[in-house]
Design a binder for this molecule. Structure first.
Ligand SMILES: NC(=O)c1ccc[n+]([C@@H]2O[C@H](COP(=O)([O-])OP(=O)(O)OC[C@H]3O[C@@H](n4cnc5c(N)ncnc54)[C@H](OP(=O)(O)O)[C@@H]3O)[C@@H](O)[C@H]2O)c1
Length: 656
């Protein structure tokens, strides 16, 4: 579906060569506090306290994906680029356009912008000792991708769609790092209301460190980080608190974490409060009502790991009901310990990490149970892109009523004859220029809007013939009140809501060093706030809920800190919501899709990009197959896994 649109990409600066770290602020160059002082740097990463490496390994080397290729690929998703919100609204507002009409090398065609990915072989080669053992399980899971010899379209098609689940897997805790001599080291703890920061400060101070504790909403926090208050380590603990203030969690925490990652600290640890098992409780319903504290941090940190090599990074999920001192002990170990998985969790002292493992494709019925012509399904983003393909197939198979949400204004009149005859984006661009518009930014914004309207019009027309009824709501899903009003309206008119698909999402890819808080906010909130608003508005008897995530959230991706965080947040929200609803609740983390057969344009991913993906062992999901897989997933048992990954690749293709 989305293939009828050419995404015009403006690169905002030269790509970072593979493996090159994001630049550090000048004040952290050579004589930054703590730099080359107590932790003499080894190639590729800082060494441990006191000049030795705790556990004998290099903390910086537990960072996967520090050599992610792909930025030399024209139009490569994941490359730093301008706002890719196809509506053009973002460009209007932020003036990010400016490419030449007709396109250029810098105005590449691209698709959804799914991750720039690392081939399994490269990942294995890049993985340092100590990390390899943990990563290898993920990388080499039974579903490793079939060999791809390179480039030919038939290779792209040869990679079958595979299903994975993401589950906590026990992983050995590192040896106790105490007693470390931290004399002269500076740590900054961002404390919430759990008392864990105080307990951690005590341990660090006992080892000789200088510790400062600040609140997440301290107005001077970012400046303090830049000034080196946490030069040897930042522990972001406030995010684990279920009552955290909005600066403690994403997107509010982004500016401070960005400052820490880009030179403020050599170790960054963030804490989430999802029970030490990433939201999974031992008993279904056992954690109903958990608010998913820290949702999205894992996706953000996985991306930082890919963009900033040499940084010791960890996200630690904890059970906040445990003793603060016990939690602090785990954090102390993770903060100072040797390499290991970026994301770990602790429950009753046992350590785990989320592991992507192959799972059989669903064999269930081809429609969610009980769905028929009397049913009602609400789909955000459902008038365009892959979610529209789902809406169409759902309506085709069941005849259900369809309610759609998107921001594009519903087309009320036929298209202006001046452009109506232009069949595709290049022709449309020419037609717009002929109408007298000269400013490239305006041309591109008008072009994007027209293409979006066409897509919405086409899909609504197709749905008219298939669904019991179709209604389109022009609403921004970040507006919780508007979302609640839409859902209330659906219950008023139909008396029921049987299914929800949250497919709304945008991209604004840029490397961390170029990413603004505003743009992070927009990308993150579209997914996460949208999901929260929808989940709050729907009744408990809803038959199914599907949140559309991405492999970017599972694996992280250069240039997509916001998108990865947003999709990771969806995973956590789905896991939490599965505790509340009796129906099927699942976040579906998609790999890149191919163009729908009905798409008028070049397709979601250009042939060049498809070949680049294929070279890495990643195929494109055939839209019909993707939709079918989703409907089978939703038709499965209500207590099925709350997070699944669908991609035409083995897990190792995305690993590093
Ligand atoms: N396509 C892929 O390869 C792929 C891979 C992995 C994951 N996904 C996920 O699947 C979903 C759909 O992707 P897609 O490629 O089909 O994207 P798309 O074609 O760009 O469609 C995105 C949809 O979201 C809507 N939307 C965006 N922001 C919104 C907001 N604030 N409020 C309401 N609606 C909003 C857009 O409608 P308006 O512009 O009219 O608002 C549009 O309908 C996304 O969540 C994406 O992350 C896609």
């Amino acid at each position: 579906m989305r293939g009828i649109v050419d995404w015009i990409v403006e690169r905002t600066g030269p790509d970072t060569p593979p493996g090159e770290p994001a630049s550090r602020p000048a004040e952290f160059a050579a004589d930054a506090p703590g730099e080359n002082r107590r932790y003499p740097s080894a190639p590729g990463g800082p060494a441990g306290p006191g000049g030795s490496r705790p556990g004998g390994t290099r903390p910086g080397h537990d960072v996967p994906g520090h050599d992610v290729p792909g930025h030399d690929v024209p139009g490569q998703p994941g490359s730093p680029r301008g706002d890719q919100d196809r509506s053009g609204r973002g460009r209007d507002r932020h003036g990010a356009a400016g490419h030449e009409p007709g396109g250029s090398a810098a105005a590449a065609r691209t698709g959804r912008g799914e991750p720039a990915l690392v081939g399994a072989a490269q990942a294995a080669a890049a993985a340092p000792p100590g990390w390899t053992a943990a990563a290898a399980t993920t990388a080499t899971g039974a579903a490793s991708a079939p060999p791809v010899t390179g480039g030919a379209d038939e290779d792209v098609e040869a990679i079958p769609l595979q299903r994975f689940v993401v589950e906590p897997q026990a992983v050995a805790a590192p040896a106790d790092v105490a007693p470390a001599d931290l004399t002269g080291c500076r740590f900054l703890l961002v404390e919430g209301g759990l008392g864990v920061g105080l307990a951690l400060a005590t341990r660090l101070e006992q080892a000789g460190a200088e510790v400062r504790i600040l609140a997440a909403d301290d107005p001077g926090l970012v400046d303090q980080i830049r000034a080196g208050a946490g030069a040897d380590g930042l522990a972001w603990i406030a995010s684990a608190d279920p009552d955290a203030n909005e600066r403690a969690v994403l997107p509010g925490a982004f500016p401070a974490l960005r400052a820490a990652a880009l030179g403020g600290s050599r170790r960054v640890l963030a804490v989430t409060g999802n029970g030490g098992r990433f939201g999974r409780s031992t008993v279904r319903g056992g954690d109903a009502g958990r608010s998913a504290p820290g949702a999205g941090l894992a996706g953000l940190v996985r991306t930082i790991a890919r963009e900033v090599p040499g940084l010791a990074l960890r996200v630690v999920d904890v059970e906040v009901k445990e003793e603060p001192r016990q939690i602090a002990n785990s954090l102390f170990t993770e903060l100072l310990g040797p390499g290991g998985p970026v994301v770990v969790g602790y429950r009753e002292g046992a350590r785990a990490t989320p592991r992507v493992t192959p799972a059989p494709l669903g064999q269930a019925a081809d429609v969610p149970a009980g769905l028929d012509a009397s049913s009602v399904v609400l789909l955000t983003g459902g008038a365009r892109g892959i979610t529209a393909a789902v809406a169409l197939e759902l309506a085709r198979r069941t005849g259900c009523a369809v309610e759609l949400v998107g921001r594009t204004a519903p087309p009320t009149a036929p298209e202006d004859p001046a452009t109506a005859g232009a069949p595709d984006a290049p022709a449309l661009r020419r037609a717009l220029i002929e109408t007298g518009i000269r400013r490239p930014a305006e041309i591109e914004a008008r072009l994007a809007r027209l293409l979006a309207e066409r897509e919405v019009r086409t899909n609504l027309a197709a749905l008219e013939g298939l669904a019991a009824s179709v209604r389109y709501h022009a609403v921004d899903v970040r507006d919780a009140a508007a979302v609640a009003a839409v859902v209330a309206d659906v219950y008023d008119r139909h008396g029921r809501l049987d299914g929800l698909v949250h497919g709304a999402g945008i991209l604004a890819d840029r490397l961390l060093r170029d990413k603004t808080a505003e743009s992070f906010d927009r990308v993150f909130r579209t997914k996460a706030d949208g999901a929260r608003a929808l989940l709050a508005a729907v009744r408990d008897d809803i038959g199914f809920v599907a949140l559309f995530g991405s492999v970017a959230g599972v694996f992280g991706n250069r240039g997509q800190a916001d998108y990865a965080a947003a999709n990771d947040a969806l995973d956590t929200l789905a896991i939490a919501a599965a505790e509340r609803f009796s129906g099927r609740v699942v976040s579906v983390d998609w790999g890149p899709w191919g163009a729908a057969p009905s798409a008028a344009g070049a397709g979601m991913v250009s042939p060049e990009l498809a070949r680049e993906y294929a070279r890495r062992g990643i195929g494109l999901i055939d839209p019909a197959e993707g939709v079918d897989a989703l409907l089978r997933e939703l038709a499965g048992p209500a207590d099925g896994p709350p997070q699944v990954v669908y991609m035409c690749a083995g897990a190792g293709a995305f690993d590093a």
